[in-house]
Design a protein around this ligand. Structure first.
Ligand code: ATP
Ligand code: MG
Length: 551
């Protein structure tokens, strides 16, 4: 995919040099199925799968499904589908942490037998008090000295369902005075009577993330376990578990800075709230930073991959401009999106010297600099629509498009000249304008060499299709809504993030457009067919504006 260097590649190169993992590279992407994936996850996906590709290794998709209350098969299905959409494949290596529950239980029993884990009956509040602080050491639990036999018995009965939820936990016996709080006898199993999406009611005890994750990695023979910076302080625990359990494989945990983007949020909890509180239409609302949202908005997978590649991987927390992502989208669509014509604010034009019943078909290029994209026919007839902004009755000095007495080029068609402006006598508003066309200028050039200053887009009134267009703006009004603590983030939502325009006229070639098809509406931006077009009425999302476009 790429040969760009980053610090993780340097670590892998070094490991390959020293033969640490026998030259193998095995990574994994480990989502928790408690929400839809967002653009931040894309960074992790591209990184993990990208490294595997570049080093001829493997990347597993593993669901970290150890928290049954919040997890759901709906999320599992959507994650499987969207990682494929992004362009990555795990072949037959789709795994679930829950597949290892039995193994994890055995490992927990092993820790108990080694005197490295104990069943603790402190309440959650007591446990917090005993934990100490960053500056003060913790206190040892009075249950820490239970015998191996008693711990084995109690843990077995925890599994058997003899105790109430939350009444007991299994904890690792490490060091209550450790400066790193994660090492102060962390909980490794808790009792929860929850129906798990895959194991259903088989278990009423569930392993904690730190215990489950390193074991899952080790069981899958992961070499480089890549995660985000918040796990840096958990690494000593990751290593402690694997050392204590003497697993055959001991992956190396490497942390990188998560992606943050301006004007949006990356917290799955908050994104879920936006959905349940109906601030957006769903997880796939085109304003959401979720991958299903961005896909529906029209962002190509290739553009997201390019973006992830270009922002790079570091250990420095930062926030990336949303504009930068949009720029990657523009670049991709500029290359790949066919051009079509659509008129957003129509002004009716009568071509007075064009026969009333006639329609001619003109050739229009699908892409200005990619001949392989071919051309299409666009109909031209006596009534057409122009963009209202492309006409000024009293033209400003720097306005070069249509005005009374002036000639412009209709894209792919003819020169037309404006002869008359028809107004509503009551309101004085322009109702239509009357023009004549010059048949000799077909294709857009005059045989006598005369020039026009403006070229405008248009659609034939009778053949045009009326469509709905949805324009999107930033979801939040502030750059970093996650950082604003004074008000709830919901108060920072941009009230103008969605603007709907009805009755946009699009050229008839779009009648056969399929869901998700992407186009450049000439001079208006990049658009894609929204899923709501299923009913037959065309709906377009504006994916991004054209570069430097003001509206
Ligand atoms: P949760 O709080 O639910 O754990 P999460 O965003 O960490 O939320 P996971 O499903 O655990 O979600 O994430 C899967 C992987 O994606 C993890 O390895 C995580 O580090 C990575 N990841 C999550 N958010 C980002 C982000 N913004 N940038 C880069 N990687 C991310
Ligand atoms: Mg996580």
């Amino acid at each position: 995919m790429t040969n760009n260097s980053n610090f993780i590649r340097r670590i892998i190169d070094e490991d390959n040099d020293t033969g640490k993992f026998a030259g193998k590279v095995a990574t994994r992407f480990p989502p928790e199925p408690n929400g839809y994936l967002h653009i931040g996850h894309a960074k992790s996906i591209c990184l993990n799968f990208g490294l595997a590709q570049d080093y001829a290794g493997t990347c597993n998709l593993r669901f970290d499904d150890t928290n049954p209350e919040k997890e759901d098969v709906e999320y599992i299905d959507s994650i499987v589908e969207i990682v494929h959409w992004l362009g990555f494949d795990w072949q037959d290596r789709l795994y679930y942490a829950s597949d290892y529950f039995e193994k994890m239980y055995e490992f927990a029993v092993l820790l108990i037998k080694q005197g490295q884990a104990f069943v603790c009956d402190l309440t959650a509040d007591e446990m917090r008090d005993y934990r100490g602080t960053l500056t003060a050491p913790g206190k040892e639990s009075p249950y820490r000295t239970r015998s191996v036999a008693e711990n084995l018995d109690l843990f077995g009965r925890m599994r058997a369902g003899e105790f109430a939820d939350g009444s007991r936990v299994l904890r690792a016996k490490i060091n209550m005075a450790a400066p790193n709080l994660n090492l102060r006898d962390p909980v490794i199993y808790r009792i929860r009577r929850a129906i798990h999406p895959r194991t259903h009611d088989k278990w009423c005890i569930y392993p904690m993330y730190d215990f489950a994750h390193c074991i899952s990695d080790a069981l899958e023979n992961i070499t480089h376990s890549i995660c985000t910076l918040e796990f840096e302080d958990h690494r000593p625990l990751y290593d402690w578990f694997l050392d204590a359990l003497k697993t055959a494989s001991h992956p190396k945990q490497i942390e990188f800075a998560r992606l943050n983007l301006t004007y949006t949020l990356m917290s799955k909890r908050k994104l879920l709230e936006l959905v349940t509180e109906k601030h957006v239409s769903g997880w796939d609302d085109p304003r959401m930073p979720t991958l299903v949202g961005l896909r529906r908005r029209g962002f190509p997978a290739a553009a997201i991959r390019n973006f992830c590649e270009r922002i790079g991987v570091t250990k420095q927390e930062s926030i990336v401009e949303m504009n930068y992502l949009e720029e990657c989208v523009r670049e991709e669509l500029n290359r790949t999106a066919p051009r079509v014509m659509a008129v957003a604010k129509p002004l009716k034009v009568i071509i007075t010297n064009f026969p009333e019943s006639e329609t001619i078909e003109l050739d229009a290029l699908n892409h200005p600099n990619d001949q392989t994209m071919g051309s299409r026919k666009v109909p031209f007839s006596r009534e057409i629509y122009l963009e209202r902004d492309d006409f000024q009755e009293h033209p400003a000095k720097d306005f070069f498009r249509l005005a009374p007495g002036r000639e412009v080029r209709l894209r792919y068609a003819f020169f037309i000249k404006c002869n008359d402006v028809i107004k509503d006598p009551a309101t004085n508003e322009i109702v239509e304008i009357h023009c004549t066309y010059d048949p000799a200028t077909r294709g857009g050039n005059a045989p006598d060499g005369r020039k026009v200053k403006g070229t405008v887009h248009w659609v034939a009134a009778k053949q045009a299709i009326q469509a709905e267009v949805r324009l999107y703006d930033k979801l939040f009004s502030v750059e970093n809504p996650a950082q604003e603590k004074a008000v709830p983030y919901q108060a920072l939502l941009n009230p103008n993030s969605l603007k709907v325009i009805q009755n946009v006229f699009v050229e008839p070639s779009l009648a056969i457009a399929k869901l998700q098809d992407k186009f450049q509406f000439e001079r208006l931006g990049y658009f894609c067919v929204d899923d709501d077009s299923k009913s037959g009425h065309l709906v377009f999302n504006r994916t991004v504006t054209l570069k430097n476009q003001v509206v």
